[in-house]
Design a protein around this ligand. Structure first.
Ligand SMILES: Cc1cc2nc3c(=O)[nH]c(=O)nc-3n(C[C@H](O)[C@H](O)[C@H](O)COP(=O)(O)OP(=O)(O)OC[C@H]3O[C@@H](n4cnc5c(N)ncnc54)[C@H](O)[C@@H]3O)c2cc1C
Length: 264
């Protein structure tokens, strides 16, 4: 689907917990076509002439009402500015961009591994999955566990882990993945979160002879494949055995078995 540029008025912009926010926008064209794991590139009004757009996964889309929702964490200048914008302010969106997740085939159990705001990229996938879903949410503290009620409302089996033990299993989310894979005959593993978590997921599934689809959190500039600022090295079927691909265009979702984590 060809991406479009859409002026999207904010309907609601509210703090969820800690430094996490949810913004709902009216963006009819993007809401109608977005696939799970795709993202939008957002031009913030105050930065129109001098700062790059910021990429955010589409958390949810309601084509019937033209509503598009994003979850974001305030980490710097752009997201701090976004958190202060109220209803009615228009955001310039480019999207839907990138290559998202495959929808799990019927007969397979989706096992979703998400760290922090990574859960936003996986919500539509769970919503559109034809079969059962196990959702493993991880964070440093209870404050980093998002969308627990929303995934539960979709009927998913939601399991939680925090580094400090403030909610759920005390430890990393990949501990939960080990246990879930022990219990699941035909898993379809997808993951989104910080790169160290994704790397651990890739190692774990590889040890078990499985694959996964992982959404890489790679800083990007243009978002449409023009600038090559977001290349990653992947195993390829060519004479060299590898290639550089653009995360914004060929990804952000890639097969785990192809990602060359420790090579530049
Ligand atoms: C495909 C994709 C989907 C994303 N989806 C979401 C989402 O759903 N919700 C969300 O909160 N964020 C998401 N991000 C990350 C988000 O784009 C950045 O947090 C945001 O651009 C930071 O903007 P800023 O101006 O506030 O921070 P800046 O002032 O630009 O940076 C502040 C700090 O954040 C770091 N940073 C900036 N971009 C990234 C990044 N991509 N990954 C890791 N660290 C970064 C910088 O190095 C710096 O330390 C996504 C990124 C990508 C590539």
């Amino acid at each position: 689907m060809t991406p479009c540029q859409e002026k999207a008025p904010i309907l609601r912009n509210q703090r969820l917990q800690g430094s996490y926010y949810r913004v709902d926008l009216r963006a009819e064209q993007i809401a109608a076509t977005v696939a799970p794991g795709q993202f939008v590139h957002v031009q913030l009004p105050a930065f129109e002439h001098h700062v790059l757009r910021r990429p955010f996964s589409v958390f949810n889309a309601e084509p019937a009402t033209g509503t598009l929702s994003l979850i974001y964490k305030t980490v710097g200048e752009g997201t701090a500015h976004l958190s202060g914008l109220g209803a009615g302010v228009g955001l310039d969106l480019l999207g839907p961009l990138g290559h998202g997740y495959s929808v799990p085939p019927p007969g397979q159990t989706a096992v979703v591994v998400a760290g922090g705001y990574g859960c936003a990229a996986t919500y539509l996938l769970v919503r559109r999955s034809p079969g059962p879903c196990i959702v493993l949410l991880g964070g440093r503290t209870a404050e980093d566990l998002l969308l627990v009620d929303e995934f539960t409302a979709l009927g998913a089996d939601v399991r939680l882990a925090t580094d400090d033990g403030s909610r759920g299993h005390r430890g990393v989310v990949t501990d939960l993945l080990e246990a879930a894979l022990e219990q699941t005959a035909n898993p379809f593993v997808v993951a989104c979160g910080p790169n160290p978590m994704l790397k651990a997921v890739c190692r774990l599934v590889d040890r078990r002879g499985l694959d996964a689809e992982v959404s890489l959190d790679h800083a990007m500039c243009c978002g449409v494949g023009a600038c090559f600022a977001c290349v990653v090295k992947l195993t390829a079927d060519n004479a060299d055995g590898w290639e550089y691909v653009r995360t914004c265009k060929s990804g952000p979702v890639f097969p785990a078995r192809l990602v060359r984590w420790d090579e530049g």
